[in-house]
Design a protein around this ligand. Structure first.
Ligand code: HAM
Length: 415
């Protein structure tokens, strides 16, 4: 039988990579908690109707990319293509809005979209994201955008472009949609079938086209900023002024609409030029109508989500090495020293919580030292015949090369 392989667009993450993933995940938890956000975990699959109603039937995600099926009980189910809809479903279901006026939530999650796989684009991918549900105020927009921006900065990523736009509240958009229809109508014969449908159902979606001819048309299309109500304009202006105060550079992109229908007012993306065609590191925006649309009380909200694979790609492109050292590598020579080594390792883990690795292959001292270097060990503990005779070990600081004999009883004190 031919060897079985993983499904196209999915990947195995092996132990040499999972260290980085775990390190990132730990940092995400710490970072989000430092803003007072609490983790929410939602199921991997939901009723399909949740995504149809929130993301929108005419979007690429719902019309082409969802993994949906009918189960044995004749339920229409879908593997989660994004997390916001599930978070909002859970928010409504568990009455979170009645318990707290503001709910600040974050997640690290696996998502599924049947897109054409390429660099930075997978069919199963990981995101971290935040959703703040309850505040209509511009400081909340600024907090969400700055969280995304400062998280990348905290990892040392320099190549960041923040693109931002306002697509207005429902009223502002109504007028704008009419203008867009007027603009595209004379070109209707040349539009793709998808855009023709979008022209009827949601003309804003055409601004998101990937077709060259349509992209040219979009360039000269009316821009939404000109149709924003004074309230929407004021909100956007305040968000921008807060970003300026925080020293966050941004570019206003009049054609940024994002690929999901639930957005309103502020939308944004952070991109990196180094990522090639899949340049979006993260994206998000306001969705003040979604909670009501899904059956909850009318509640304003804003959030973003960021791809972890693309974050790792950006770290690699910027040659940012994240050192994940182990604390101690124990080098043993001979049977007796192995027993001592095992005991010392146990005490260091148990009493000090250190990360301790011992050789299990009875390798030569030279190979063990090589392994200690390869694993980025901060210290090695060498237990040879001489050391055993004198009831001590040799502790080597792997960075400075400094060595010291330490008595068996004093090893814990040394660390
Ligand atoms: P999104 O723009 O669809 O937004 O996805 C957010 C991020 O997920 C993208 O910027 C990208 O980094 C990553 N991503 C998306 N698709 C793929 C893929 N096929 N392979 C690898 N990475 C991918 C959302 O998902 C919204 N739920 C964001 C949001 C939260 N808006 C408000 N709250």
């Amino acid at each position: 039988m031919e060897a079985l392989k993983n499904i196209k667009g999915t990947k195995d993450i092996l132990p040499n990579e999972t260290l980085l993933w775990q390190w990132l995940e730990n940092n995400i938890h710490k970072f989000m908690q430092s803003y007072g956000y609490g983790e929410i975990r939602t199921p991997q699959f939901e009723n399909s109707i949740l995504f149809n109603r929130s993301i929108g039937l005419n979007t690429d995600i719902v019309s082409k990319e969802m993994y949906s099926w009918v189960d044995q009980g004749k339920n229409n189910l879908t593997l989660k293509p994004e997390a916001t809809a599930s978070v909002v479903r859970a928010y409504i279901q568990h009455n979170l809005g009645r318990q707290n006026r503001l709910n600040k939530l974050y997640y690290i999650d696996s998502l599924f979209r049947r897109e054409r796989p390429q660099k930075g684009r997978f069919r199963q991918f990981e995101q971290f994201g935040v959703e703040s549900i309850g505040s209509e105020f511009p400081e909340q927009d600024a907090e969400i955008i700055s969280m995304a921006y400062f998280f990348y900065k905290s990892l040392g990523i320099k190549n960041l472009t923040l693109k931002i736009n306002s697509i207005g509240s429902k009223d502002s958009r109504k007028k704008y949609k009419e203008e867009l229809v007027k603009y595209f109508k004379p070109h209707i014969d040349k539009l793709t079938a998808t855009s023709k449908t979008r022209l009827k159902d949601n003309p804003l979606r055409i601004l998101d086209t990937k077709v060259d001819f349509e992209k040219k048309l979009v360039k000269d299309a009316p821009i939404i900023i000109d149709y924003l109500s004074s309230k929407d304009k004021e909100h956007f202006k305040t968000v921008l002024s807060y970003l300026k105060e925080l020293d966050i550079d941004y570019q206003i992109d009049n054609h940024l609409v994002r690929g999901l229908d639930y957005y309103c007012k502020t939308v944004f993306e952070i991109q990196s030029d180094l990522l090639g065609s899949q340049s979006a590191l993260c994206g998000g925006g306001r969705y003040d109508y979604l909670i009501e649309d899904l059956g909850g009380d009318s509640t304003p909200a804003i959030g973003f989500a960021a791809g972890i694979e693309r974050l790792i790609l950006a770290l690699n492109k910027e040659k940012i090495n994240i050192d994940i050292p182990i604390d101690v590598y124990i080098i043993t020579i001979g049977e007796k020293s192995i027993i001592h080594g095992t005991k010392i390792a146990h005490h260091l883990r148990n009493k000090l919580g250190l990360i301790v690795v011992s050789d299990m292959l009875q390798k030569s001292m030279k190979s063990q030292m090589k392994e200690a270097n390869k694993l980025n060990a901060k210290f090695s503990i060498i237990i040879g015949d001489n050391e055993l005779q004198n009831n001590n070990v040799l502790i080597k600081d792997m960075l400075s090369g400094e060595q010291k004999n330490v008595n068996f009883d004093k090893i814990i004190d040394f660390f």
